[in-house]
Design a protein around this ligand. Structure first.
Ligand SMILES: [Zn+2]
Length: 220
């Protein structure tokens, strides 16, 4: 049987890959495995488009390397914030499950405790809207912004807009860690957070933000 992934989710996957280059994809997925096929799941193409092609309206995004679930949580929190302000793909029938939490269009996108047998720690699950004009929306998800072309190498003692941008992106990467001041001053806390990021990304943890670290953070 012919099937495809909803266009909104293909775009979401692209944006996640751009935002988190080199991320762990082990728990990524979209088309249902046999375990899914036996029950009703949006990973099965049970919804047909206007050409009769089955559409998979669900995507699983790996939460991150090992015990680090920051990618999954960041994506989930971002989607739910976006849903509250309105995104066509997060309309009727849409929901997000992440780290024992579920939020849905039906619940007004408030996070509730999720008690299903799979707590969704290793991946974040996204189901999009039931209607084709919505699940095939190509509206950007806002995860992969277009950064300026080149960035200076910065380190402890650096100051200025690039440092502020670094602090902002680190805060987006690690929403569950104490927030860094976004003051544009590269101090000890910023350096520690940079090293934390570098260790988690397989980059030499020297606290210096050069091309490799910028790229790892999602900048070109
Ligand atoms: Zn799933």
């Amino acid at each position: 049987m012919a099937y495809r992934l909803a266009a909104s989710l293909a775009l979401l996957r692209e944006e996640v890959n751009t935002r988190f280059p080199g991320r762990d994809k082990a728990s990524d997925g979209w088309i249902g495995d046999p375990a899914h096929a036996s029950r009703k799941s949006d990973h099965n193409p049970w919804r047909k488009d206007d050409r009769g092609v089955g559409v998979v309206r669900a995507l699983d995004v790996d939460s991150g390397h090992g015990t680090d679930t920051s990618v999954g949580r960041l994506v989930a929190d971002h989607l739910v914030r976006l849903a509250r302000t309105g995104h066509p793909a997060l309309g009727r029938g849409a929901y997000v499950i992440s780290d024992r939490r579920i939020a849905s269009a039906t619940s007004g996108w408030a996070w509730r405790r999720y008690g299903g047998s799979n707590p969704h720690i290793s991946h974040t699950h996204v189901s999009v809207s039931l209607d084709q004009s919505d699940y095939d929306s190509r509206r950007p998800w806002g995860l992969a912004g277009a950064p300026p072309p080149s960035r200076p190498t910065i380190r402890r003692g650096s100051e200025g807009p690039a440092v502020r941008e670094l602090q902002q992106v680190l805060n987006r990467w690690y929403p569950s860690l104490p927030r860094l001041g976004e003051d544009g001053v590269f101090g000890e806390r910023t350096e520690d957070r940079v090293k934390h990021f570098q260790r988690g990304s397989g980059i030499t943890a020297d606290g210096v933000v050069g091309p490799m670290t910028w790229r790892g953070l999602g900048f070109k």
